[in-house]
Design a protein. Structure first.
Length: 173
């Protein structure tokens, strides 16, 4: 990002009694950097993952290009196999021309084979927890609430009935 300050400076020539005023402008540019976030992460096979490339520094005016060729700050991908994936994003500063390529990391895991969605409070705890994670709801929880949900998934689901209507693909009454 650029910042500028104007410093007016005035002086008088001693022999001519002429006054001269000049404005000086100082511009400082910070180094361009970027990171990639993925949500959810980890994800399940077949689940949509939102990747976002976040740039800072430089002029503040950026273009983004993903390894897939998509020209946008974010892109959504669905991974068909478990594993660790490394999406790349190239950010270019539109004013300075400086560019940087960053690599993220997404872990994709298989949905537990005994699970089917939507889950209910009588589903196995591992499947309820998988539904929390697959729906993206788990990522919205504070760390202490994540621990509580992991410790008692059925109880957590029962105490949050709005999940049935908000995430009908994952939770059923």
């Amino acid at each position: 990002m650029s910042s500028s300050t104007e410093n007016p400076y005035s002086f008088t020539m001693p022999d001519t009694k002429t006054s001269i005023t000049a404005d000086f402008k100082q511009t400082t540019t910070t180094t361009l950097s970027a990171t990639i976030t993925a949500s959810p992460n980890p994800a399940y096979v077949g689940e949509e993952v939102l990747l976002t490339c976040n740039a800072t520094g430089g002029s503040g005016q950026y273009s983004y290009v993903w390894g897939s060729g998509i020209q946008a700050q974010s892109e959504s991908l669905i991974y068909s196999s478990p594993g660790t994936y490394h999406p790349e994003c190239t950010v270019t500063d539109l004013v300075t021309g400086q560019s940087i390529t960053v690599t993220g990391s997404v872990t994709v895991q298989n949905v537990p084979s005994s699970c089917s969605f939507p889950v209910t409070t009588s589903s196995p705890a591992s499947c309820i927890l998988a539904a929390f994670q697959a729906s993206g709801y788990y990522d919205l929880l504070s760390p202490s609430d994540q621990q509580a949900a992991a410790a008692d998934p059925a109880g957590w689901l029962a105490s949050h009935p709005y999940l049935y209507s908000r995430y009908p693909n994952y939770f059923a009454e």
